[in-house]
Design a binder for this molecule. Structure first.
Ligand code: ATP
Ligand code: MG
Length: 417
């Protein structure tokens, strides 16, 4: 037997309807906020992610699926959605379109990670990117979109953490202070963080290593260093979130430690899915479009992990109704009844009714068993009497009650019950 590759999953019909539910709410929520879908390729030139995600990140350092294609180009399967969209924005000249440009996406992502609950090698993200506005209200709106999505899906008990990582100018002061502090504790840092210290010290605040976490606890806090403009921006975001009634906590350890990430960063974290508690991460990236060769255009966005959403729904007992249940199942008693049933089913399907009948030549008892197994709402047995009368007894599986219905009235009966 050949197995799926480690860290990937089959999504079978008993799961796929849950995905459709979450995806539908994602699309609908994004639509209400004025965002339209963008689809970019599953793979890009590796360069897009080196520049668009950043060479000092975990993603680029150790998680990318990178290979040479047959034309000797370095290709990478997308590890996240933003960089490809930024590339598309520049390539398609969208800076000249009506701004802000508001995009959402649903995409598979690929990261070479150690698989565990809520952490896969192929996973899926819903995300949005709003490009073109420096205004704090688009930050608040982005956060509100994520929050609305989580609420609409049925997720409770998530905490919103926000922070500001300042701008290019004020972050330098902070980085210097941070470096100075960390240099005093250099020996205790993990090898990766030792390496990060000079390249991108902010990333160290995000390190999962316990020793590093212990050290960064007492590190200088970025909010003590950001400039007046950045501080005012954060205050405005907070004020707007207050107006919208969104609860949040300031968490100075949340960083998106890339050069072109700026100001607002945020995460939604749940206590209900174990170690992989972050369901959504986002932030402002005013330097990204320029980094990818476009005209200076600000942006902000977030990404939610769909697998973690589904895990959270399961762990908190949120039931999702399966819309694929058969409304009525016909059980013909023989060959000629089967032809009539074929006709009835064809007519009902043409009218949009989800119905089915026996394709296996089973006896009546086995057909009932099957109907029960697939969760059919009604079952109608058709024998020679029913053919003669042009009517059938329809049994409601939930309570066993029966109704006598003419063939021509089945659709109406089902609509009214
Ligand atoms: P983590 O700290 O858990 O590794 P991250 O900071 O790498 O997360 P982002 O790059 O911000 O994650 O991606 C946004 C969201 O995508 C995460 O909050 C999470 O819900 C989801 N996600 C990220 N990596 C994975 C993965 N390997 N498997 C499943 N979901 C993931
Ligand atoms: Mg990660």
């Amino acid at each position: 037997m050949i197995n799926v590759p480690k860290g990937t999953k089959d999504i079978l019909p008993q799961e796929s309807y849950k995905w459709q539910y979450v995806e539908k709410i994602a699309r609908e929520t994004a639509r209400i906020f004025g965002a339209s879908e963008i689809r970019t390729p599953t793979f890009e030139h590796t360069e897009v992610f080196l520049r668009g995600v950043g060479e000092t990140t975990d993603i680029v350092n150790k998680e990318m699926y990178t290979f040479l294609d047959k034309g000797n180009r370095s290709i990478t399967l997308k590890p996240e959605g933003t960089a490809g969209i930024a590339r598309a924005f520049v390539e398609n000249g969208l800076a000249n379109s009506a701004l802000p440009a508001k995009f959402f996406y649903l995409t598979p992502c690929f990261r070479y990670e150690r698989p565990q609950a809520g952490r896969l090698r192929e996973f899926h993200q819903f995300g949005v990117e709003f490009l073109g506005s420096y205004s704090a209200d688009i930050d608040a709106e982005t956060i509100l979109l994520a929050k609305t999505f989580l609420e609409n899906v049925g997720i409770k008990n998530v905490s919103l953490y926000i922070n500001s990582i300042g701008c290019k100018e004020c972050r330098k002061n902070y980085e210097n202070a941070l470096k100075e502090y960390l240099n005093q504790n250099l020996d205790a840092l993990c090898p990766l963080c030792k390496d990060r210290l000079n390249k991108n010290p902010l990333r160290i605040l995000d390190c999962k290593n316990d020793d590093c976490k212990e050290i960064t606890k007492n590190a200088p806090k970025i909010l003590d260093y950001i400039c007046q403009d950045c501080s005012a921006h954060l205050e405005k975001v907070k004020k707007l979130l207050d107006i919208a009634g969104v609860e949040y906590k300031i968490n100075p350890n949340i960083v998106r430690g890339l050069d072109y990430y700026t100001r607002t960063v945020f995460e939604f974290v749940s206590e209900n899915i174990g170690a992989q508690g972050t369901v959504c991460g986002g932030g402002r990236y005013d330097g990204l479009i320029k980094e990818l060769g476009g005209t200076d255009t600000p942006g902000i966005g977030f990404a939610v992990g769909i697998e973690r959403i589904l895990l959270l729904l399961e762990n908190t007992g949120v039931e999702i109704e399966n819309p694929n249940k058969v409304k009525i199942y016909f059980a013909p008693m023989g060959e000629s009844e089967s032809e009539k049933v074929f006709e009835l089913v064809s007519n009902l399907r043409a009218q949009g009714v989800l119905c089915d009948f026996d394709h296996m030549g089973r006896g009546i008892k086995a057909q009932f068993k099957y109907a029960d197994k697939i969760g059919a709402e009604y079952v109608a047995v058709i024998g020679s009497n029913e053919l003669a009368e042009g009517a059938v007894k329809i049994k409601k599986m939930a309570d066993g009650s029966e109704s006598f219905v003419k063939f021509s009235d089945i659709k109406d009966f089902l609509s009214n019950n």
